[in-house]
Every structure is written in C-alpha cells, then in structure tokens.
Ligand binder design. Structure first.
Ligand SMILES: Nc1ncnc2c1ncn2[C@@H]1O[C@H](COP(=O)(O)OP(=O)(O)O)[C@@H](O)[C@H]1O
Ligand SMILES: [Mg+2]
Length: 257
C-alpha cells in the first residue's frame, strides 16, 4: 500500500481552523474517522463539535485546513450524495401540516434532483419508485412505518428523533454524520437508535456521532475522538472514556447545548 492510502480509508481532517466572526472555535484540528467504523465525538458543551460538523457538511467554511473523504476532497463526496447529516437542532417546523412520510421523503431531494427533468415536474407521489422504497425502508428501520400518515406535530420527542434519523437513512449515503442523535430521547428510543446505528455500521457504513451518552458509547462504538476546541485524544472507547480521561476533558453532567 502506498503511504497516502491511509487517508483513503477515512474522513481525514488536517490542520483545520474555524471561527465565527472573530471568535476562534476550532484550532489546528487533525483527526481521522476510519471508514466503516462507528466513531463517537465527545466533548463539553461549546467544544466545537457541531462546528466541526458544519465544516464537514460544507455549511461553514474553514479558515484553514483540509478535509478529505476516502482520499478525495469532501465536497466531491457531498455532491455525490454520499454524506447524510442529522443536525443537533433540526430546521423542521414541527407545526407544519406535513406527514411523517413526506418529512422523510425530503431526505431524498438531493437524489431526486438527478432524476429525468420530466419526473421532477410531477407531484411527489409520482417520483421514481426507488425514492418511495428508500423512505419505506428507512421508516421501517426506525420502527415508524405505522406512523407514516401522522402529522409530524403529533409525535413525541423520541419519535421525532427517529423520524429525523429515518430522513438521514433515506439518503442511503455511505457516511452518516449525526449530531447528538440520542439527546432528549426516551430510553426505548435510545436503545432503538443505538441498534439502528449498529446495523448501519455492520452494513459497512461510516457512522460519526456526537454524544454525551458514555454508557452507550462504551458499549457500541469502535472509535472515540475527544475534542475541546482542539483534539484532546483519539483511540479506543476503553482508553478514551476512562473516568480520568473524561475528567481531564472537563465533561460535566451530560446536557444539551
Ligand atoms: N452561529 C454562531 N455564531 C457565533 N458563535 C457561535 C455560533 N455557533 C456556535 N458558536 C460558538 O462556538 C462555540 C462552539 O459551538 P458548538 O460548535 O455549537 O459547540 P458544541 O456543539 O461542542 O456544543 C461556542 O462557544 C458557541 O457559543
Ligand atoms: Mg453541538
């Protein structure tokens, strides 16, 4: 193997700096998220975890540094629809009278864009059947198929997260970026979401999630990245999630930021 093939086996960030206006947030971040593995990003509130995702998804421009996905510039990977993202604070208007099924279908818009022009002129229900299949499969995976026709406003917090996860799954991307997918959900939904992600990982997908759930991370993930404005550690869950390491990182009581 050639030396730079190490980069083709991962999402690789190197020498990354990011700031809001003049306030620096990420400083000299160099880190790898191995392909086909499940990585947990752990750090205190305000550590820059969501900001790192904003850079990976292209919604924020880095001041400096480089991000590659499996050996290519990440932008190329994104344009090909190979990265699905679930934001920490979703941009969904939960009072809007739209069904669970339609909400998950919005996850397909990136793909529908590439369909024949005449298909794109038709109402949603006439899109290519593969989009409907992807939506059905995703809703089934999070055990929400029975809720397909419910208005999204009628869902509990845990059910909303499951629908948002289904929307990410419906993209059938090979990389999943999930910002606190377990925050604020009931214990059964939490167990279900962890099981869904374990299955995605077994299917060969690269899963990267921000979490404050230490027991869940210890039990399930392959790899842990500790962050507080800069990378504070990278390695196995046993090593990175020890009490000593976490105290050092200043992870206090888990809370949503
Ligand atoms: N849109 C923004 N404008 C200015 N500052 C921001 C903005 N978003 C986040 N920040 C600041 O950047 C820092 C990192 O935020 P964030 O990436 O959301 O942290 P985390 O997700 O780890 O809790 C925090 O100090 C936060 O207040
Ligand atoms: Mg955050």
């Amino acid at each position: 193997m050639m030396a730079n093939n190490a980069e083709s086996g991962a999402i690789a960030v190197s020498g990354l700096y990011a700031a809001y206006q003049r306030q620096p947030v990420l400083s000299n971040i160099s880190v790898r998220f191995p392909k086909g593995q499940w990585t947990a990003i752990v750090g205190p509130n305000g550590a820059g975890k969501s900001t790192l995702f904003h850079v990976l998804t292209g919604s924020m421009k880095a001041l400096r540094g480089e991000v590659t996905a499996f050996g290519e510039p990440i932008a190329k990977h994104r344009r090909a629809g190979r990265i699905a993202y679930m934001a920490q604070r979703d941009a969904i208007e939960w009072d809007f009278p739209i069904s669970v099924w339609e909400t998950v279908m919005t996850g397909r818009f990136g793909h529908i864009r590439h369909d024949a022009w005449w298909r794109r002129l038709l109402p949603l229900r006439f899109t290519h059947p593969r989009h409907a299949r992807a939506v059905t499969e995703a809703l089934d995976a999070v055990d929400m198929l029975a809720f397909s026709h419910r208005p999204i406003g009628a869902l509990s917090g845990g059910q909303k997260k499951r629908v948002l996860l289904a929307r990410a799954l419906a993209q059938q991307a090979d990389t999943l970026l999930l910002d606190e997918p377990l925050a604020g959900v009931d214990p059964p939904s939490e167990q279900l979401i962890l099981a869904v992600l374990a299955k995605q990982r077994s299917a060969g997908r690269t899963v990267i999630m921000v979490t404050h759930d230490m027991p869940g991370a210890r039990r399930f993930v392959d790899h842990v990245v500790l962050i507080n404005r800069t990378i504070r550690g990278e390695g196995s869950p046993e090593e990175m999630l020890s009490d000593a390491k976490l105290a050092e990182l200043a992870v206090g009581a888990p809370s949503e930021s």
